[in-house]
Design a protein around this ligand. Structure first.
Ligand code: ZN
Length: 144
């Protein structure tokens, strides 16, 4: 891979088609995995699937999806995508509750990235709540 000599003005959204392997890390095609949530064909049935689809939305700079899966009480007015950020992988570390039989849950994950070419990782425990059958992101705390 060749390095870009200058920082692009806008986030470089990777080209992902329905047949591409899903950026969320599950062994599935994007269209059958997170794509069906992004284009409203389906709702994520578990907090983990919502978490994966939101990570995937960060990869694809899908602000509308991030906002509509964000609890209204904690939802920001907009999502800023850092043009220097390249998300490179998601690993789910732990989950609590968050199944079809729960109304809340948490997902602890590690998201890897390069920022201005420097590799890094963030570890976060995200909290989710389900209302009217749809999982929503509430908030998250960074972990060491
Ligand atoms: Zn996916």
């Amino acid at each position: 891979m060749s390095r870009r000599p200058t920082r692009p003005a806008r986030p470089a959204r990777p080209t992902v088609t329905a047949e591409s392997s899903c950026p969320c890390g599950l062994p599935a095609a994007y269209g059958a995995c997170c794509g069906r949530f992004h284009d409203r064909r389906s709702n994520a049935q578990t907090a983990e699937l919502l978490m994966r689809s939101r990570y995937c939305a960060f990869v694809l700079c899908d602000e509308a999806y991030l906002l509509r899966t964000w609890n209204p009480a904690t939802r920001p007015g907009s999502v800023d995508f850092d043009p220097a950020m390249r998300w490179s992988g998601l690993e789910i570390v732990a989950t609590t509750d968050g199944s079809m039989f729960h109304t809340s849950g948490s997902v602890t994950f590690v998201a890897r990235y390069t920022h201005d070419g420097q590799p890094g990782a963030l570890r976060e425990r995200s909290r989710f709540e389900r209302a009217d059958g749809a999982w929503m992101y509430v908030d998250g705390t960074f972990e060491e």
